[in-house]
Design a protein around this ligand. Structure first.
Ligand SMILES: C[S@@+](CC[C@H](N)C(=O)[O-])C[C@H]1O[C@@H](n2cnc3c(N)ncnc32)[C@H](O)[C@@H]1O
Length: 154
């Protein structure tokens, strides 16, 4: 299975991604993620331009960012541990990570199926974060019971 299978699948859906009830759901999650990310820094001085890339190989130098935000992408990363290590690498010491995704006990049944190796619970994701070098993970409910968020320091 190609490592970027999910990227290709989402690229096909991109045209209609913001349409309908699902589009409104995506917006709502993105807005709440932005609120969470900006809570401690309401007026950031600089925001990088968006750039396409895989989480496992971020095209950025070490220590480049004070804030890294990921919304509902983590579950699709082919190698979640490598992706989090990359997030840690591109962040400056003291920087903040906001990771929003499918974290819920409701996903437990899926962990014995096709999503077996995924960090879909707080416990699994916390373990990967600590291994990647993050400190003080704090969990937040973000959307209903299905989408959670964790903030952590570099
Ligand atoms: C559910 S969409 C979320 C899109 C957007 N972040 C949002 O909040 O609406 C999942 C996204 O994860 C991306 N993705 C899949 N694998 C990835 C990877 N290894 N690294 C980075 N992004 C990945 C897909 O291309 C897709 O854009």
């Amino acid at each position: 299975m190609p490592r970027d299978r999910d990227v290709a699948a989402f690229a096909k859906r991109a045209g209609g991604y913001e349409e309908g009830w699902l589009g409104r759901l995506h917006h709502e999650i993105a807005d709440r993620s932005a609120d969470l990310a900006l809570a401690p820094v309401p007026a950031p001085r600089r925001v990088a331009r968006f750039q396409a890339g895989a989480a496992e190989h971020l095209p950025e130098p070490d220590g480049a960012f004070d804030l890294v935000v990921s919304t509902t992408s983590f579950d699709h990363w082919a190698d979640q541990q490598s992706g989090l290590r990359e997030c840690a690498r591109v962040m400056a010491p003291g920087g903040r990570l906001v990771l929003v995704g499918q974290f819920s006990p409701l996903y437990l049944p899926t962990l014995i199926g096709s999503r077996r190796g995924k960090a879909r619970t707080r416990r699994r994701a916390t373990r990967l974060l600590i291994r990647a070098g993050f400190r003080s993970p704090e969990w937040h409910a973000l959307y209903a019971v299905i989408i959670g968020a964790v903030t952590a320091s570099r």
